[in-house]
Design a protein around this ligand. Structure first.
Ligand SMILES: *[C@@H]1O[C@H](CO)[C@@H](O)[C@H](O)[C@H]1NC(C)=O
Ligand SMILES: *[C@@H]1O[C@H](CO)[C@@H](O)[C@H](O)[C@H]1NC(C)=O
Ligand SMILES: *[C@@H]1O[C@H](CO)[C@@H](O)[C@H](O)[C@H]1NC(C)=O
Ligand SMILES: *[C@@H]1O[C@H](CO)[C@@H](O)[C@H](O)[C@H]1NC(C)=O
Ligand SMILES: *[C@@H]1O[C@H](CO)[C@@H](O)[C@H](O)[C@H]1NC(C)=O
Length: 927
């Protein structure tokens, strides 16, 4: 027994509302996680948007036609909407970023109750939710670039975390509500009163002998006021008497009265006393998540408009972007690009494979731009026609500056083609470009007609690592992004321009990426592939010939040549006709690099995860070489019945490193899912998944973004405040850990909106295993009423390694931080209580009346009152000329009910009660 609540216990157990995701330990198949709730809610929101906005020329859809699809998954939704094979990978990536923000709360804010609705911090949690949402909305106004999007998605995930916890951690579900609580997002909708501090909300749960958990079917003492479970943390040090606990094995206060608790975060009784309401709570959280985006009037869609909504979820498809060198020697090339590319683009325009827009980024020396964007092929043609190839006497050009602009201006997961005949003068941008490639997921391809480098500067030799060697920086960037690299002569440029055709594909996949030593390479072709491309590069740079064979050994008749140079050949096969084991046969035998691409809706996405705060959460930045990670694989497909069997790790050149057999499970939507433990030992690793297609053919898919490992990592400090106000300085610290040999590191910090004032130190020499804390100071120089968010990127770099960490800094105006948590007050004026003794008994009681008059007031907002058991006995009228902040009220009732509870609540739900009970015939007394 503890008289005054419990002391704050250090060493807390796991914290959470719903559990974060399926990759974490201790999840059972019937648990619905934060990741599940977020994903289903987003898919329903997007489905609802699509139903109301059919594609031009497509028939209108009935309400629910897409939203009620069973099962609901991104691939099925896209197929039904576009009525074509369009990969949903862009939407999947957007969802992953939102889920990442959601899950990061467990890592960054576990000690802040207001992210969880714990401890009756209802008003504070609502303010947190609305402020996060306001920062998302403000970040999406105006021109939205890729980093503004990333920031908005991470903060959306955080806001959704708060929103979803409402349903697992308060008694909303226990009160029998079957709809989400609108007031959370819509201030115009009425607030529900919150139980005041004086109100007991829970009684002890029972624990029958032999039971390993409390039975909490009937522990609620309130069913007409909001309350939530107490869970101890830095911001909530005690569980007061009479107040509900969070409950479950991870809540050390569950054994102190009131014993047990009320959380509904899992379906497991040992973790969640109200496990029997888990499904209801999760369903409401899903509906609320959907409403966050598409609720009439206050959802993100109505607040920001359709265009931003489509951008936010990457529903717009991809950009086809041309970054073109316009120095003097390029005029011929430009003419060829114009004719060949435009003809090709015309052929595809109007098809579902066509890009959403075309972007032209000219670069010269020293000028870059202007960027021109259009949805129209003819317009693109006239942009290209008006390029003038001039200047640029010395050789290397500002090509990476051009590429950087192209990456920033393109939609996520776009196709970028760069044409040049010169090396890069601005090679120092390489690392920044790689980070942009990481976050955009775009593919960069190079078509070179020469490579001259500066005579003055010699290129700095790359450190001797185990990485593959590249002909030049461009080949490295193409490989890093999963794009193509082709080098030819000016007279043969047209022979490589076909490369662009491979990009005009709305559902691109890679089937295999391998080194071929000898004469034959075989690969599986499953029934979901509608076309394939076979790319073979000679590693000995001598001429060769190749042939694509069907499973029978007969050459395929549907082969078309796309690239044909001495050392690099690419063909496209369409239609495919027969499934099974196809081969490519080369002559003469030797060493080649083979890549098989195709078009299919069967694909996978992955996330690299690590144990953090007892959960398995996505890592930030790049993984550390040699460390153990959980890789989470999610299969996508338009039909069920996919079996995943193996995860194969490949080197950059496609040499198998390891093969891990996978155990398939599924998420709450029924999507196939598999996780595996793996150590990343190579500097760069490609992931390949193998299994059986719905019709039982072996399939393989390779993810084209290599996983680069580093020997340095940057970790954020947990429970760090990354929210500040306009003009107020904020310090953010990260820890740089050297996992490699002794090296000298230089540090850098940047943020999108230039809030950074300083950081320290700027560099350090770190021994193996040693770390240093890097602290940056930000001062948001914005108007005092502005909400904002800016992604801060911390980088650490040595000659051998570099890594980065991104943190979204949230700016909330000070006025928005002032939450009104003061409940209304009351003052009794007079009281008449004749109901004593036999006056309380039938039938006498109905002939006698008792009454009271009181003032009720609130300093900040209007108040509402309600009375039990006789609501109509209460009447109130405003005092003075004020609004309803200050009321004079009267309550009367007959003596059959000599008791009352009046709840007085303000606009934010802060409440106070007047409770009188004369049923035991005590002498009358004013309260
Ligand atoms: C995705 O949804 C579609 C349509 O509901 C369904 O046919 C398909 O089986 C689902 N895909 C997977 C991989 O479960
Ligand atoms: C897969 O399941 C088998 C049998 O249940 C188990 O032994 C193995 O450890 C599991 N593998 C993984 C990667 O979880
Ligand atoms: C974080 O900082 C802001 C602004 O300085 C402050 O208002 C807020 O209370 C802080 N939050 C926590 C949890 O310390
Ligand atoms: C995004 O836009 C902001 C301001 O609009 C700008 O400061 C920032 O540099 C841009 N970032 C990128 C990656 O384009
Ligand atoms: C940094 O080094 C200190 C002292 O060696 C150690 O206690 C701490 O755990 C390290 N921090 C990280 C994040 O590795």
């Amino acid at each position: 027994m503890l008289p005054e609540g419990l002391p704050f216990l250090l060493c807390l157990g796991a914290v959470s509302g719903f559990l974060p995701n399926r990759e974490s330990r201790g999840i059972t198949p019937s648990d619905i996680t934060d990741a599940d709730i977020t994903e289903i809610g987003v898919l329903r929101a997007v489905a609802s948007y699509m139903e109301k906005n059919p594609l031009p020329g497509k028939p209108p859809m009935a309400p629910g036609e897409l939203e009620n699809m069973m099962p609901l998954n991104a691939t099925g939704l896209f197929k039904a909407y576009f009525q074509a094979d369009v990969s949903p990978s862009r939407l999947v990536k957007a969802i992953e970023e939102i889920v990442m923000g959601n899950n990061q709360v467990e890592q960054h804010h576990a000690e802040d109750s207001s992210y969880f609705f714990y401890c009756e911090e209802i008003t504070k949690s609502i303010a947190k939710l609305r402020n996060l949402r306001a920062s998302v909305l403000s970040g999406l106004k105006g021109s939205v670039n890729s980093s503004a999007l990333e920031s908005a998605r991470l903060n959306t995930g955080k806001a959704l975390h708060v929103l979803q916890k409402f349903y697992s951690n308060t008694n909303w579900v226990e009160m029998g509500n079957s709809k989400p609580y609108k007031h959370l997002l819509n201030p115009a909708s009425r607030a529900f009163p919150t139980a005041p501090a004086s109100k007991d909300t829970c009684r002890d749960c029972s624990k029958p002998s032999g039971s390993r958990w409390y039975i909490c079917d009937d522990n609620m003492l309130v069913n007409d006021m909001l309350t939530s479970g107490y869970k101890l943390s830095g911001s909530c040090p005690t569980k007061p008497k009479g107040k509900c606990g969070h409950g479950g094995r991870t809540d050390p206060t569950q054994n102190f009265s009131p014993k047990g608790g009320i959380n509904k975060e899992t379906s497991q009784p040992q973790l969640s006393p109200h496990f029997h309401l888990h499904k209801e709570a999760a369903e409401l959280a899903i509906q609320a998540t959907r409403d966050f985006f598409v609720a009439d009037g206050f959802g993100l869609l109505d607040q920001l408009g359709k265009e931003i909504f489509r951008t936010f979820f990457s529903l717009e498809g991809y950009s086809l972007t041309f970054a073109i060198d316009t120095t003097g020697s390029m005029s011929d090339d430009i003419a060829q690009v114009k004719t060949t590319a435009i003809n090709l683009l015309h052929k595809y325009s109007g098809s579902p494979d066509a890009p959403h827009n075309y972007i032209l980024v000219p670069f010269n020396d020293p000028d870059v731009g202007p960027v021109q964007k259009t949805n129209d092929v003819d317009q693109l043609k006239s942009y290209i026609s008006s390029l003038e190839a001039t200047g640029g006497g010395d050789c290397p050009e500002m090509s990476l500056t051009g590429l950087k602009l192209a990456l920033q201006e393109s939609l996520p997961r776009s196709k970028i083609f760069s044409f040049t005949d010169a090396g890069a003068k601005d090679a120092a941008l390489k690392d920044e470009i790689k980070v942009l490639i990481d976050s955009s997921g775009s593919e960069v391809s190079y078509a070179l007609t020469g490579y001259c480098a500066s005579r003055k500067r010699r290129s700095v030799p790359e450190p001797a690592t185990a990485r593959r060697s590249f002909a030049n920086l461009y080949e490295e960037l193409a490989a890093y992004s999963g794009g193509y690299y082709a080098m030819t002569t000016k007279s043969q440029l047209s022979q490589i321009l076909g490369i662009m055709e491979l990009s005009l594909n709305a559902a691109p996949v890679k089937v295999a990426h391998s080194r071929l030593d000898g004469t034959r390479f075989s690969f599986p072709v499953d029934e979901t592939l509608t076309e394939i491309s076979v790319s073979v590069k000679s590693l000995s740079s001598s001429g060769f010939s190749m042939m694509v064979q069907q499973p029978s050994g007969a050459p395929s008749a549907a082969v078309r040549t796309v690239i044909n140079t001495d050392s690099h050949k690419v063909v496209k096969v369409s239609p495919i006709g027969v499934q099974g084991s196809w081969s490519v046969v080369v002559s003469p035998g030797g060493s080649y690099e083979v890549e098989i691409g195709g078009k299919s809706l069967l694909d996978f996405s992955y996330q690299i995860m690590q144990e953090q705060n007892e959960y398995t959460l996505p890592i930030q930045g790049r993984p550390v070489k040699g460390s153990d990670y959980t890789v989470s694989i999610k299969l996508m497909g338009e039909s069920g019945g996919i079996t995943v069997q193996r995860l194969v790790t490949l080197s950059e050149l496609g040499v198998p490193i390891d093969s891990i057999s996978l155990n398939q499970s599924s998420d709450a939507l029924g999507n196939p899912l598999a996780t595996a433990l793996m150590a990343l030992r190579a500097p760069a690793t490609l992931l390949m998944v193998e299994g059986l297609s719905p019709r039982g053919f072996p399939f393989s898919r390779v993810n084209t973004d290599p996983i680069s490992t580093e020997s340095v990592q940057i970790v954020s400090l947990p429970n760090q405040n990354i929210t500040t106000s306009p003009g107020k300085s904020l310090e953010v610290s990260v820890v740089v850990v050297n996992d490699g040999a002794t090296a000298s590191f230089s540090f850098d910090v940047k943020d999108d909106m230039s809030f950074l004032r300083s950081f320290t130190p700027t560099g350090a020499v770190l021994d193996p295993g040693q770390n240093v804390t890097l602290t940056a100071t930000f001062v948001p120089a914005v108007d005092s009423s502005t909400f904002a968010s800016s992604i801060a990127t911390f980088t650490a770099k040595s000659s051998l390694a570099q890594n980065y960490l991104k943190l979204p800094i949230v700016v909330i105006p000070e006025v928005a931080l002032e939450t009104d948590e003061t409940p209304p007050t009351h003052h009794l004026l007079d009281f008449y209580m004749p109901c004593i003794g036999r006056f309380q008994q039938q039938p006498t009681c109905s002939r006698h009346t008792w009454s009271m008059r009181f003032f009720a007031m609130d300093a900040q907002s209007t108040i509402t009152l309600r009375a039990k058991p006789n609501p109509s006995g209460l009447s109130c009228s405003p005092q003075g000329t004020e609004t309803d902040n200050n009321l004079m009220c009267q309550y009367s009732s007959d003596c059959c009910s000599p008791f009352v509870e009046v709840v007085i609540s303000d606009e934010n739900g802060n409440s106070n009660t007047i409770a009188l009970d004369y049923r035991r015939s005590r002498p009358p007394a004013a309260a």
